[in-house]
Write a protein that binds this ligand. Structure first.
Ligand code: DAH
Length: 368
């Protein structure tokens, strides 16, 4: 059927050749324009490029091979151009995009709202820890950490809680099971406060020391609105020659103002901790009523926030076993410790400590 389309040539002059090849080019363009799917494209390929019966094959044998020697070149050139045209048309037809219906199915509606990317944010506890750490870093304190699984020695004994001392009962302790065969001081427990890192720090470096220790602590306490068996503390320790109680007062007064605003006042009440002597509880003027008295401060105008004191010589004596420079006759120091949850709850007006750990995005999303 196809072969009849290609007549033998009677003349091989340029004009006749141009005319004959132009007719085929027009034909190829028309055929290609009518292609409406993969099957038609395949038919087009066979019709033009088929090895045995394709038109170009026929043109090659009827026009090129039959040409007299002097016409071989002009026929060959035109043949090459035609072949390139057919191949290009075929390329375009087979790579032509999908139909309108397929396009419509894939179309993107740019007016639809996009997929919202959730912004990460610091957890309010992390934020408060960092804020406290930075306040002290600005005073020249370095940051220290210690293990959460601690020995009885560091958690209690070296902090001047001797075995059997009633002060141990104030920190209901979670202990690691099956250690009865070990000496008491080596038994493992979950640290009840960050204070043992004071001792670890002093053992590892001579004075002067200025260190701030953020960390997680554990107590066997029932959870309620303001207590959690796992919570966070920030501990501080400053040891040098001639450190006095007024250094302690000035440092903590500055820190509380940096944390809660410059109008906050502090006052120091006598207290007891085994590892400090004298010891004090620090109160700040109520940040909710400014000191006038309200429900939050139980009408007193003051809120108790942290413990502190001058490092007890007995603590220095433990440190001096490894670092003789901790000689209480030559150096002195102060320490303090505070609960991070309590501070974060005050700062952000949170009434349930459990909110910090619930992983509820409605709560956490407020801190972005
Ligand atoms: N470790 C104490 C506690 O958990 C807090 C504390 C009080 C730490 C006074 C100190 C300090 O360093 O001087 O209750």
């Amino acid at each position: 059927m196809i072969n009849e389309d290609i007549p033998n040539l009677s003349a091989f002059d340029d004009e006749s050749l141009d005319k004959a090849f132009a007719a085929l080019a027009t034909q190829a363009n028309d055929d290609a324009a009518a292609l409406d799917g993969p099957e038609a494209v395949e038919a087009f390929r066979l019709e033009w490029l088929g090895r045995k019966q394709g038109r170009l094959n026929e043109v090659s044998s009827r026009w090129l091979k039959a040409a007299p020697p002097e016409a071989k070149k002009p026929v060959g050139e035109r043949f090459k151009t035609l072949k390139e045209l057919v191949e290009r048309l075929l390329d375009q037809a087979s790579s032509a995009g999908p139909t309108d219906a397929a396009l419509a199915a894939e179309a993107i509606d740019v007016t639809l709202p996009g997929t919202r990317r959730l912004m990460g944010a610091e957890h309010p506890i992390t934020r408060t820890l960092n804020e406290l750490t930075q306040i002290f870093a600005a005073l020249g304190y370095s940051v220290g950490v210690g293990p959460e699984v601690e020995t009885d020695f560091y958690n209690f004994e070296s902090m001047n809680f001797p075995p059997g001392h009633p002060a141990r009962d104030t920190q209901d302790t979670l202990v690691i099971a099956n250690q009865e065969r070990r000496p008491l001081r080596d038994r493992l427990l979950l640290r009840t406060h960050t204070s043992p890192v004071q001792m670890r720090t002093m053992e590892s470096q001579p004075p002067p020391v200025r260190i701030i220790i953020p960390g997680k602590v554990h107590r066997n306490d029932a959870a309620d609105a303001t207590h959690s068996p796992i919570f966070h503390q920030v501990e501080g320790l400053c040891v040098d020659t001639n450190i006095t109680f007024s250094d302690l007062k000035g440092t903590l007064d500055h820190a509380m103002k940096a944390l809660f605003g410059s109008s906050v006042k502090t006052r120091f009440f006598p207290s007891f901790f085994p590892f400090t002597e004298p010891s004090a509880d620090v109160q700040i003027s109520c940040i909710f009523c400014g000191g006038k008295g309200c429900r939050k401060c139980k009408q007193s105008g003051w809120i108790e926030l942290l413990g502190c004191g001058m490092v007890d010589p007995a603590v220095f004596a433990f440190a001096a076993e490894k670092q003789p420079a901790y000689d209480p006759k030559k150096i002195s120091g102060f320490a303090f410790g505070m609960g991070v949850e309590r501070i974060a709850m005050m700062k952000y007006g949170i009434s349930e400590i459990g909110q910090f750990y619930a992983g509820d995005m409605r709560f956490l999303g407020q801190f972005v």
